[in-house]
Design a binder for this molecule. Structure first.
Ligand SMILES: CC(C)(COP(=O)(O)OP(=O)(O)OC[C@H]1O[C@@H](n2cnc3c(N)ncnc32)[C@H](O)[C@@H]1OP(=O)(O)O)[C@@H](O)C(=O)NCCC(=O)NCCS
Length: 170
């Protein structure tokens, strides 16, 4: 399997011999200034500029991540997830696309959208939902429903606590 590495001059990745044997980065578009730590398995996805992916993350094909977004270690981001810019994805966050596994037919899987500025606490589980702009998801939350912009939610199943800074979204 070809291994792709970052081309420092070019925004896109190019096929070259693997430079760092502690990373598996295959066919990934990585923006300028984005830092990928060791022991990752990321393939067929796009990450914008000045973002970060921590150790022991897997990011699957088709995933899109914006600019200045931080994905902390041990997080799993599956197909059909889109994450905006200026987001924080905590340690060990698990995304889900197949609600009744195993469904081998990907047309049965569902998508998740994380809007700009959202922050997801450590060890949260995100079922297929839309998380609105600047929302905050508490550590350990199991998010089963859409989260409005600017909302703070926590718990299992996650429930509304308040609006961040006591005002709605944006
Ligand atoms: C959700 C969160 C933002 C709430 O912060 P907050 O508004 O300051 O909340 P408080 O600490 O005042 O707690 C309010 C109530 O919610 C509960 N609570 C707080 N965080 C919770 C969580 N993650 N899950 C469940 N309940 C939570 C508290 O126990 C408290 O309950 P009580 O009113 O019955 O005593 C925060 O607790 C959190 O989980 N942040 C994510 C942190 C994280 O994962 N960082 C990752 C990088 S280190």
């Amino acid at each position: 399997m070809p291994i792709f590495k970052k081309d420092k001059k070019n925004k896109n990745t190019v096929p070259e011999p693997m430079e760092n044997p502690r990373q598996i980065i295959n066919n990934v578009k990585i923006g300028k200034g984005t830092k990928i730590w060791n022991f990752v398995n990321i393939y067929g996805c796009e990450i914008g500029d000045d973002s970060m992916v921590g150790c022991f993350c897997e990011i699957q094909k088709g995933v899109k991540i914006g600019d200045r977004t931080r994905v902390q270690s041990h997080t799993f981001i599956c197909e059909l997830v889109e994450i905006g810019s200026d987001c924080f994805i905590g340690h060990g966050v698990m995304f889900i696309n197949d609600v009744y596994p195993p469904q081998p037919d990907p047309s049965e899987w569902k998508k998740t959208i994380i809007e700009d500025g959202a922050s997801i606490g450590s060890n949260a589980t995100i079922l297929p939902v839309r998380i609105g702009k600047n929302a905050i998801i508490g550590a350990g939350a199991v998010v089963t429903k859409d989260v409005p912009a600017g909302a703070v939610v926590a718990g299992n199943p996650a429930s509304f606590m308040r609006f961040r800074d006591n005002k709605k979204g944006e």
